[in-house]
Design a protein around this ligand. Structure first.
Ligand SMILES: [Zn+2]
Length: 151
């Protein structure tokens, strides 16, 4: 049997699936061909690995553990989603509150006091009237006139 033919039968040989006459011919070739012997060893290792993987038994609680961890993961995802939604609503609520606060504040702000320039046309900014206006915020016409006269 030639090298090619043996190569094609090696897997079956390793798995002991050859007829007796084929097995004998393969063994004859293996005795003289190092390449086929190496191939045979590789196939043996693969074959035994497959067998040991197939014989591996899962722990008895494997299914329960998978189901449990799957549920925990699902719960974790749901709760993180809820936290995310809550924080989004919180940010939105705070934004609305700030906007409302600013809007209401600007609406409730008292009308600006009578502007200095109205009473103090031509007066220097450091006059008593101006300083008084600056601190008091508002003056009646009489008070302003008095402060101008005093100056
Ligand atoms: Zn060979």
């Amino acid at each position: 049997m030639d090298h090619q033919a043996v190569q094609s039968l090696l897997s079956a040989y390793v798995d002991k699936e050859l007829r007796e006459e084929e097995r004998v011919q393969v063994e004859k070739h293996l005795a003289g061909c190092s390449e086929c012997r190496k191939e045979q060893q590789v196939l043996r290792r693969i074959s035994s690995g497959v067998v040991s993987a197939a014989e591996y038994t899962l722990p008895s609680d494997f299914t329960a553990r998978v189901v449990r961890s799957s549920r925990q993961e699902k719960e974790r995802m749901v709760s993180s989603k809820a936290v995310e939604q809550l924080s989004r609503r919180l940010v939105l609520g705070c934004s609305v509150a700030v906007i409302a606060f600013v809007t209401i504040g600007s609406l409730l702000q008292p009308a600006p006091p009578i502007v200095m320039e109205t009473y103090l046309a031509g007066e220097p900014g450091d006059s008593l009237a101006a300083r008084t206006l600056m601190t008091e915020g508002q003056l009646s016409k009489d008070e302003l006139l008095l402060s101008v006269v005093i100056r």
